[in-house]
Write a protein that binds this ligand. Structure first.
Ligand SMILES: [Zn+2]
Length: 313
């Protein structure tokens, strides 16, 4: 497929970017002065070749995950809490837009990886499909009986008005054109349907304190760096209204936390063998990953407040 290099102007509001500090690969961080979107001048590349087997299971910790499968219990737990949030928004949609009571809700997960979220959605009674650019991960998802196509979102035809929910967990920052992808997702939603996503927050305290060493300046796979304001604008552009923003809490094995800590202080190899307790999942957050839950509808000028039970943005 064709590849394309980074845009010269902000893809959300069209503004000329300002140069900020240099990132780990010496490329400058570009920031939109108007909406706060961040990106870097990435070269053209082929994502299908990048997200291969090694990305999901690699002893080389410079990129990807050392053992993605070990994250599964935590990912499933996160999936269940996300499905609860989505369910609450769907319950609140006007009766005129909700499908009949006997209709099975449909979710499509863009960039579904090995299918943890879809598997939990299926268990919760959803009709669950997805797409995944990594052939290795898509194969793993299909091996557990999920309907997953190995197609990048740019090439995927999603039928209009079909889904009650479309999700992109830690995906938008990887896309070369997140605006086009979200527009496609929004068009595939039924009115009142939920567009849910997660991504890092470049305005978070963690990002501001860490500067170029912020762990989500994860190059070359992360192309964009969002803020609450840029996401609200972007979603409004595609006809969705943000209904809830959260700071995402990950449930991860202790071993994973230690691995990431080792990476952040400059280590590259796998840590020495860890005791069995290292497989226990713990809540972990730096309050720098946003969960965004929007509904397809008419955008409004007034931004909704954040949930009272979670840190304000
Ligand atoms: Zn902008």
């Amino acid at each position: 497929m064709s590849s394309s290099a980074a845009p010269r102007r902000c893809l959300i509001c069209g503004s000329e970017p300002r140069r900020s500090f240099r990132l780990s690969n010496a490329a400058p961080l570009l920031r939109c002065p108007r909406c706060g979107l961040g990106w870097w001048p990435w070269p053209a590349f082929e994502p299908e070749l990048f997200y291969n087997r090694q990305y999901f299971q690699s002893a080389n910790l410079e990129r990807g995950y050392s053992d993605y499968a070990s994250l599964e219990p935590g990912l499933r737990r996160m999936a269940r809490s996300r499905l609860r949030r989505i369910g609450k928004l769907l319950e609140a949609r006007p009766a005129s837009t909700a499908p009949g009571a006997v209709s099975t809700p449909r979710v499509f997960d863009i960039g579904c990886g090995t299918g943890c979220f879809l598997a939990e959605a299926g268990r919760a009674g959803w009709e669950a499909d997805g797409c995944e650019v990594s052939a290795h991960a898509a194969e793993r998802a299909r091996a557990r009986g999920l309907a997953v196509t190995c197609t990048p979102i740019e090439q995927l035809d999603l039928p209009p008005n079909r889904y009650d929910c479309i999700t992109l967990w830690d995906v938008v920052e990887h896309l070369r054109d997140p605006r086009a992808a979200l527009a496609k997702a929004a068009a595939a939603l039924r009115p009142g349907g939920v567009l849910a996503l997660s991504t890092g927050d470049i305005t978070s305290l963690s990002a501001r304190l860490s500067g170029p060493r912020w762990h989500l300046f994860n190059l070359p796979e992360h192309l964009y760096f969002f803020s609450p304001g840029s996401l609200r604008r972007l979603l409004a552009r595609v006809g969705c209204r943000v209904r809830r923003m959260t700071r995402e809490v990950s449930w991860v094995p202790l071993a994973y936390v230690l691995e990431r800590l080792g990476k952040s202080v400059g280590g590259r190899g796998r840590l020495v063998s860890l005791p069995r307790a290292a497989n226990r999942v713990l809540p972990a957050t730096l309050f720098d990953v946003l969960g965004i839950y929007a509904t397809r509808g008419t955008p409004t000028r007034k931004h909704p407040p954040c949930s009272a039970t979670e840190p304000r943005l």
